[in-house]
Design a protein around this ligand. Structure first.
Ligand code: GDP
Ligand code: MG
Length: 453
């Protein structure tokens, strides 16, 4: 059921959550993925455009603090998707209920009658199924089979006038608090069907008249729901066959637009394949998250805000401190070395970087750590001063117990990484990359507390 859309939504939120910087390229790429997936799920293109425009606007809004942007966008995406799924409308039972199911041929009325009967019987109601589909010869038999299989009371007749059938059982039905009424469909909502439903309405006075729509019709659900609304005044909708189409997004959002309210969705042919439709829960499941709070927590947990901001500033300025450089190299090292990481980042991979340009040997790294400890804070933040004054290099080498050449090699790494960052201040962390490794790396980069000596 909308697996593909769910997958894309999960990916998009993960990419947002894990990105260190929300640059335009990343936002555009995420938006393109979202648009494609929503349109493939048959969501109306106008709705899709509205939704993605809002996300784009927020992402590029300079008034929102960079650090809060990811949360903003994820919340926005969540809220917008919830809103296109419509309001939560629960089918609330009263003391006595006469629920009539309406719909065209093959929409799933009879199957759904049995599912609803089973659903409410399990919740302690006294349920009766009444077959008033006098057009399909096999209809009474279908009700009988479904009812017997699921231990439900049923009332059927060979009589060809639905009102006569109703009158025949009306007295007996008084002992049931929930009467589920199956009606006949047509190919279209023609005058004959409208008249029949109107007559039934007048006689039965249903407490609910629910329209059954199959998800496979996609966005056409809107027109159908509107026509039924206008002609016979429906109180809600049940969308069936959610499991059997990739267009379910169209049926759901189109129905939501009519404000008819979706009570249930049918998710399979079996008796238990019926779910109450709650837009929030539905979306949470699609996103594979508990709820919005859990989602926001996830975003927060991936990145340490302070460190992220500091790193981001450094990188935006195209300048890291020596301490940053050593930390970065260490992180890379623990992730399988720079060569490996380089091959996973698209921009980096094509960048002309000499073999083994970035050292990741443990021995060297520990030397560098000693070197940094022997430096003044000024030297750490701005190693350029070392290049100008070689006497400083000699002093540090002595203090750290290393050769001058070790310090020069560290400075080389420093230049190399800063050059890389200048040319590649942002990159899309997902494209062409093993997601797990990337997440791990980002976590490390984002969370790492920079050593202060
Ligand atoms: P009616 O003509 O409106 O009464 O429709 P039926 O209840 O006879 O259903 C038509 C077909 O749709 C049957 O083959 C059902 O098994 C099937 N059907 C109904 N609901 C679902 C559903 O949620 N999922 C799937 N896969 N099939 C369904
Ligand atoms: Mg039927």
């Amino acid at each position: 059921m909308l697996e593909k859309l769910g997958e894309v939504l999960r990916k998009a939120t993960n990419r947002l959550a894990n990105a260190i910087f929300l640059d335009k390229n990343l936002v555009d790429s995420i938006i393109r993925d979202l648009q494609r997936a929503l349109i493939e799920a048959d969501v109306n293109i106008v709705l899709v455009k509205e939704l993605t425009d809002k996300i784009k606007k927020t992402a590029l809004d300079e008034r929102i603090k960079e650090i809060e942007k990811k949360e903003h966008i994820i919340k926005l995406l969540h809220d917008e998707l919830t809103s296109i799924l419509g309001e939560y409308k629960q089918l609330k039972l009263q003391k006595q209920n006469r629920i009539m199911l309406l719909g065209l041929y093959g929409s799933g009325k009879t199957t759904t009658i049995a599912k609803l009967g089973n659903y409410f019987a399990k919740r302690g109601n006294k349920v009766a199924l009444v077959g008033l589909d006098v057009h399909r010869p096999a209809a009474p038999e279908q009700i009988k089979q479904l009812a017997e299989k699921n231990n439900l009371h049923y009332f059927i007749s060979d009589e060809k006038n639905p009102i006569k059938i109703w009158k025949k059982f009306e007295k007996e039905l008084k002992e049931f608090n929930l009467i589920l009424i199956d009606t006949a469909g047509r190919h279209t909502l023609d005058k004959e069907l409208i008249d029949e439903i109107k007559t039934l309405n007048k006689e039965i006075k249903p407490t609910e008249a629910i329209l059954v729509i199959p998800a496979d019709i996609g966005q056409a659900a809107k027109k159908q729901a509107q026509e039924f609304q206008e002609a016979v005044n429906i109180s809600g909708v049940i969308i069936t066959r959610m499991d059997s189409t990739a267009k379910a997004g169209g049926a759901l959002t189109a129905c939501a637009e009519t404000k008819a309210g979706i009570y249930f969705i049918g998710t399979g042919e079996k008796i238990n394949d019926l779910e109450e439709f709650n837009p929030k829960n539905f979306l949470s499941r699609l996103l594979g998250m508990g709820d919005l709070e859990a989602l926001i927590e996830k975003v927060k947990s991936v990145t340490d805000e302070k460190e992220q901001k500091r790193m981001q500033n450094s990188i935006q300025e195209g300048k890291l401190s020596l301490t940053d450089v050593v930390e970065q190299v260490k992180s890379m090292n623990s992730l399988g070395g720079f060569e490996k990481i380089k091959s996973m980042i698209p921009g980096f991979n094509s960048a002309k970087i000499p073999e083994n340009a970035l050292e990741t040997q443990q021995e060297k790294i520990s030397k560098w750590e000693h070197i940094i400890k022997s430096m003044t804070p000024e030297e750490r933040e701005n190693p350029e001063v070392l290049k100008k004054q070689t006497s400083r290099i000699t002093r540090i080498a002595k203090g750290a117990g290393v050769h001058n050449s070790d310090i020069r090699s560290l400075l080389k790494q420093y230049d190399m990484l800063n050059d890389l960052i200048k040319g590649q201040a942002s990159f899309d962390p997902e494209k062409g990359m093993d997601m797990k490794q990337m997440q791990k790396m980002m976590k490390k980069f984002g969370k790492k507390k920079v050593m202060r000596f």
